[in-house]
Design a protein around this ligand. Structure first.
Ligand SMILES: [Zn+2]
Length: 269
């Protein structure tokens, strides 16, 4: 068998393997009412093991998140993604790098018209999936919400300390969606407290079944809840503490002794 033939067969095999991986993850249901309500765990998080808000053990190697666009992105849409990357690169030590299909350990960004979704943290697999439908590309902060998931963070309202700041009204939550509000008792926020104005937060009516609030701020201040106009300073700080300063091991500021113990034993940097 000639080397050229062998190389061609190898290339086709690699292509088929990646296609299979992408296709197998595409088989999910979506709900397109809200671009981030894609029908996954907590709306836009692909099923995983999201037991914590921050996942220091899922950092991207070399602080670099690699990605590949599917062929359906327009240049303007790609530019919105790059705008998010520029802000992350300007404010943190995280780097984004567009790569090629045959690379390893990267995010394949699809553009299906079915909402926004991402896996949480680096999966350390050949390819992992993010979907950015057209509605997710209206501004770069929505894109960054998904990128921050991919960097290893869950939603703000799942933080272990959220009960100090908000009340979850379980009686108003759509049936079958209570799990979206599970508090991550063992979450590691790198000591950045709950922030109502985080770009990783949701508004007061998310997953409501009756038009009443599901998330109520205890101090009555709704300012910035669920905003997608800017990446909050707390979001940037979390990324920096996890990626740039390896500062997610401290156990003060936790709410219970159980949390303290768990946080201390599950930190892998
Ligand atoms: Zn999200």
């Amino acid at each position: 068998m000639s080397k050229t033939l062998l190389r061609n067969i190898l290339t086709i095999a690699i292509f088929l393997a990646i296609s299979w991986a992408v296709m197998s993850i595409e088989q999910n249901d979506y709900d397109d009412h809200n671009p981030e309500m894609a029908g996954y765990f907590e709306g836009d998080i692909m099923p995983d093991f999201p037991t914590r808000n921050g996942f220091p053990n899922r950092k991207w190697p070399n602080n670099t998140i690699k990605y590949v666009f599917s062929s359906s992105f327009t240049e303007a849409q790609k530019e919105t993604v790059r705008q998010c990357c520029r802000e992350l690169e300007n404010k943190t030590c995280v780097r984004c790098r567009e790569t090629i299909f045959l690379d390893y350990e990267y995010v394949y960004i699809k553009n299906d018209p079915v909402g926004c979704s991402s896996q949480v943290g680096c999966q350390y697999t050949w390819v992992q999936i993010m979907n950015l439908g057209p509605n997710c590309l209206k501004n770069h902060v929505i894109v960054c919400h998904e990128f921050i998931h991919a960097l290893g963070f869950s939603h703000a309202h799942n933080s272990y300390d959220r009960d100090d700041h908000v009340r979850i009204n379980f009686e108003n939550i759509k049936e079958g969606n209570g799990y979206n509000f599970e508090k991550k008792e063992d979450s590691l926020d790198c000591l950045v407290p709950y922030d109502r104005e985080s770009a990783m937060g949701y508004g007061p009516y998310v997953f409501s079944k009756n038009g009443n609030e599901t998330i109520t701020p205890l101090d009555g201040n709704y300012t910035g809840m669920g905003q997608r106009n800017r990446i909050a300073d707390s979001d940037i700080e979390k990324i920096n503490r996890m990626y740039c300063f390896n500062n997610c091991t401290a156990t003060t500021n936790t709410t219970t002794s159980t949390t303290t113990t768990t946080a201390a034993t599950t930190t892998i940097l």
